[in-house]
Design a protein around this ligand. Structure first.
Ligand code: HEM
Length: 330
C-alpha cells in the first residue's frame, strides 16, 4: 500500500515537472525561453520586442547591418561562447580584445544597433538584460527581416569580462580553409558538417572585402571559380589595389537570406574557398544540392542551427555579469 502511494507521488512529481517544462521549456546551459518575461524589473517592457524594433529600424536604413548582426552572433558564440566578448572595446588594461582581430576589424558591423538596444533597455530596466542576449535576439530578428526565418530563442546568457584577440583565429574558421579544417572547427563547437553547411547559407547576404578572397584570383585563378564571375570580381578587386574594396556575397539577391547561396555554390559563383569546398566531398555536396532544391527545409534547419549556436554558453555565474555598457566591462 505504502509503495503504491509513493509511486503515485513519484508519478505526480514527474507529471508536474513535464507539465512545467511544456510551459517553460528549459534549454541547455540553463537558458530559458522568454527569460525576461519573468523579470520583475522588466515587467513593463517587452524586452525581445524592444530589440526587434531597434533592429527593424536599422535594417530599413541599411540591410547590410542585418548581415553584420548575424555574423556578429557567430563570431561571438564561437569564441568563449555567446558572452558578448566580441563587443568589448580596447582599453589600456586590454588593448587587444577580440574586436581588433583581422577576422573582426574592420569588417564586423552592427555594433551601434546593439548599443541602441542596450541604451533603451538600461533606461527601462537597468542591469537586467545581457549584451550577449541582445546579440542573440538581434541576429534572430535580422534572420526574420532578411529571410522570413522565424524562431524563438532561449535567453539568460551572461556577459564575459575577458576578450582576447589571440583567441579569435584559434576558434573561427578562415575563408581559405579546406573542407576538413572547416569541419574540424565546427566539430570543436559541437556542430555537425550538416550544421556547418546549413549555417554557411548566411553567405547569401551581406558583403565581403576583397582581401578575404583575392587569394582565389591572384596570382593564378582558382580553377573551381566560374570564369566570368572571377572576371567580375577582378574588376572590383584589382591586384595590389591600394583600397580594400567590397563586393556582395550574393549578386543575385544580395539582401535576401535564402537558399540562393546553394545555387551559387553549385554554379561556382561564391567568394570563399570554404564556400566552394562544400562541393569537394560527396556528403556535403549532397547537402548543398538538397538545400538548393528545398528552401523551406533549409530555413527550418537554419533556425535550429542558430538556436544551437546560441547554446554555446560557457558562463553560467560569476564572473559573468550584466554589463551596463556593452563596450566595457562593469
Ligand atoms: C563556414 C565558415 C565561415 C567562414 C570561413 C566565413 C568567413 C567569412 C568572411 C571572410 C566574410 C567576409 C568578411 C569581410 O571581408 O568583410 C564573411 C561574411 C559574412 N559571414 Fe561568414 N564565414 C563562415 C561562416 C559563417 C556563419 C556560420 C555565419 C552565420 C550564421 C556567417 C555569416 C556571415 C555574414 C552574414 C557575412 C556578411 C557580413 C556583412 O555583410 O557584414 N558566416 N564570412
Amino acid at each position: 500500500m505504502r509503495r503504491r502511494s509513493s509511486n503515485i507521488v513519484a508519478f505526480s512529481c514527474m507529471f508536474f515537472i513535464l507539465a512545467l517544462q511544456a510551459i517553460l521549456p528549459i534549454s541547455s546551459a540553463s537558458l530559458q525561453y522568454g527569460f525576461y518575461d519573468y523579470d520583475y524589473k522588466c515587467k513593463r517592457t517587452n524586452v525581445e520586442l524592444l530589440v526587434r524594433g531597434v533592429v527593424a529600424k536599422a535594417i530599413r536604413k541599411d540591410p547590410g547591418v542585418g548581415a553584420g548582426l548575424i555574423r556578429m552572433y557567430f563570431h561571438d558564440c564561437f569564441v568563449r561562447g555567446c558572452d558578448a566578448s566580441v563587443l568589448l572595446d580596447p582599453t589600456t588594461a586590454n588593448p587587444t580584445p577580440e574586436k581588433t582581430s583581422g577576422a573582426n576589424f574592420p569588417s564586423l558591423r552592427g555594433f551601434e544597433v546593439i548599443d541602441q538596444a542596450k541604451a533603451k533597455l538600461e533606461r527601462r530596466c537597468p542591469g537586467v538584460v545581457s549584451c550577449a542576449d541582445i546579440v542573440a535576439f538581434a541576429a534572430r530578428d535580422a534572420a526574420l527581416f532578411l529571410g522570413r526565418i522565424s524562431y524563438p530563442i532561449p535567453s539568460g546568457r551572461l556577459d564575459g569580462r575577458v576578450s582576447l584577440q589571440s583567441e579569435v583565429l584559434q576558434n573561427l574558421p578562415a575563408p581559405f580553409f579546406s573542407l576538413s579544417q572547416n569541419e574540424a572547427f565546427f566539430a570543436n563547437k559541437g556542430m555537425s558538417p550538416e550544421e556547418m553547411v546549413t549555417l554557411s547559407g548566411a553567405h547569401s547576404i551581406g558583403r565581403s572585402h576583397c582581401s578575404s578572397f583575392t587569394n582565389r584570383l591572384y596570382p593564378t585563378e582558382d580553377p573551381t571559380i566560374d570564369r566570368s564571375f572571377a572576371g567580375i570580381l577582378k574588376g572590383v578587386c584589382p591586384q595590389n589595389a591600394a583600397v580594400d574594396g567590397v563586393v556582395p556575397q550574393d549578386i543575385v539577391t544580395p539582401n535576401r537570406l535564402s537558399n540562393q547561396y546553394y545555387k551559387n555554390v553549385k554554379a561556382h559563383k561564391v567568394l570563399f574557398t570554404t564556400d566552394q569546398n562544400l562541393m569537394s566531398s560527396s556528403d556535403t555536396a549532397a547537402m548543398v544540392k538538397e538545400n538548393a532544391r528545398n528552401q523551406t527545409a533549409w530555413k527550418a534547419k537554419f533556425a535550429a542551427a542558430m538556436v544551437k549556436m546560441g547554446n554555446l554558453v560557457e558562463l553560467t555565474g560569476p564572473p559573468g555579469e550584466i554589463r551596463k555598457n556593452c563596450r566595457v566591462v562593469n
